[in-house]
Design a protein around this ligand. Sequence first.
Ligand code: ADP
Ligand code: MG
Length: 592
Amino acid sequence: MKTGKIIKVSGPLVVAGGMDEANIYDMVRVGNAGLIGEIIEMRDDRASIQVYEETTGIGPGDPVVTTGEPLSIELGPGLIESMFDGIQRPLDAIEKATNSPFLKKGVSVKSLNRERLWEFVPTAKVGDIVEAGDVIGTVQETAVVLHKIMVPFGVKGAIKEIKAGEFTVIETVCVVETEKGPKDLMLMQKWPARRGRPFAKKMKPEAPMVTGQRVIDTFFPIAKGGAAAVPGPFGAGKTVVQHAIAKWGDSEIVVYVGCGERGNEMTDVVNEFPELIDPKTGESLMKRTVLIANTSNMPVAAREACIYTGITISEYFRDMGYAVSIMADSTSRWAEALREMSGRLEEMPGDEGYPAYLGSRLADYYERAGKVTCLGTDGREGSITAIGAVSPPGGDISEPVSQATLRIVKVFWGLDAQLAYKRHFPSINWLNSYSLYEDTIGTWMNQEVASDWAELRQNAMSILQEESALDEIVRLVGIEALSERDRLKLEVAKSIREDYLQQNAFHEIDTYSSLAKQYKMLKLILLFSSEAERALDAGVYLDKILKLDDVRDKVARSKYIHEDEISKMDNIAEELKAEIDTLIKVGGVQNA
Ligand code: ADP
Ligand code: MG
């Protein structure tokens, strides 16, 4: 193979000449150490290469060799429970080998372990006609993940041979007789990271991905197969929200991409996730999680690649028919990597120095989310729900990354510095956040949870909106100017905020609320509202109603009721009605 030569080195960008045999997006080996890089621009025989490792020590004249292959992801058993860097090098293997989280430069490690044996159980048999996406067998990858071995894209024919037993990921388990001759299938397949994996059909997401976070599920729900952005300034709670969704979201596979944030956040994930016991399976959350880490102390170029690595792995599990969720924390750090490379390429800068293609690159990522009918003759369905944190400088979302993201995603959870400052968590601002899935999911909730779900939600939201208008009046003319009814509204709004929207991610019970619990809680809060109005109608003073401390306290504390005991809320409702009845009996004649 012909070798090119380095002309110039600029940080993570290397320009090489004599590269006429190479193509854009080829992976290359740079310098004598063979640093790993990827061609991101070709002009005649000149290649601009983003190098995924520190480029100190290489210089003009050093050799560059193309591998002739794009950045490809290894897909097969061994993904789950692994932690990879941005270009899918396994970090734990590196740490064990070198006692440091960094690879020796130019060392190439295989993404998937080549020695480990997996028990392959064929589900197809000799003579079966198979095509891309058909499942030929399974591997029990972890206690909770049944890894389906699928016929790779482009392969079609009759199975000539298929073997049960223990295999490494690169041993042949099945031979398919194709038009072009026999094709050996292994447990592993490869896919270029920057290209979406094919599926049969994209579908409209209808069901929610239940997160157990009340403000999300009730007010700003995300569909299974949807995309959401979480913008917020430093310390507003982006990471905590993403962790909570990873932990509690009802997806079968979690891909967590730690992108350019501080290393200790990834350490939190690595320490916490294995200890988290999944209530559904009784197993550790890691048993269904893949981690991708490119923290702020790792080379910047690999940060650009990490979200493609993450989404490719997500697609692979989607293709098996699973509901996958992918979190990226933070897409702003990713965009900064993009901006840095663009600057070094001397491209024409767009808004705030970001390249003009920022929006289309973000779309490349988010548009790979969705609910699909998978390839394969069994018509199974899978989904990817994508959630991206955005960290706009100073929290001002008029900046380019936030704006470009909001044009693509359908859910916006706007984190608010003031709420976080008041320790209202999750600090999702209920007045400016939105979900474009609200109507579809409202219909689903009415069918699956309770027929008045959407109505309750709407009532609660109107009260919150009225609160902000009333607050304005109070600021101008004082609380005395308000009618008793409006003062009641303020009380109810406060209860919705404090007893419902606020949810402590670190409290054993409060950290997760099922939809059934969310429904009962909201119903109880709104029952207080309607019962209090009934009392006002009967002539009871508001002050008397507000002094029902005991039962009001029970309403406020209903978030701490264990999932198994949510019927206790029915008793609280009865108690509330009885207390109001008593008030009406003794106090309703106050005007007489
Ligand atoms: P960001 O990623 O936006 O910088 P974090 O997610 O790290 O912010 O949150 C900062 C801090 O806010 C957390 O360490 C925690 O103390 C608090 N916090 C955020 N969300 C919650 C929550 N849901 N419950 C309790 N505390 C929270
Ligand atoms: Mg964070």
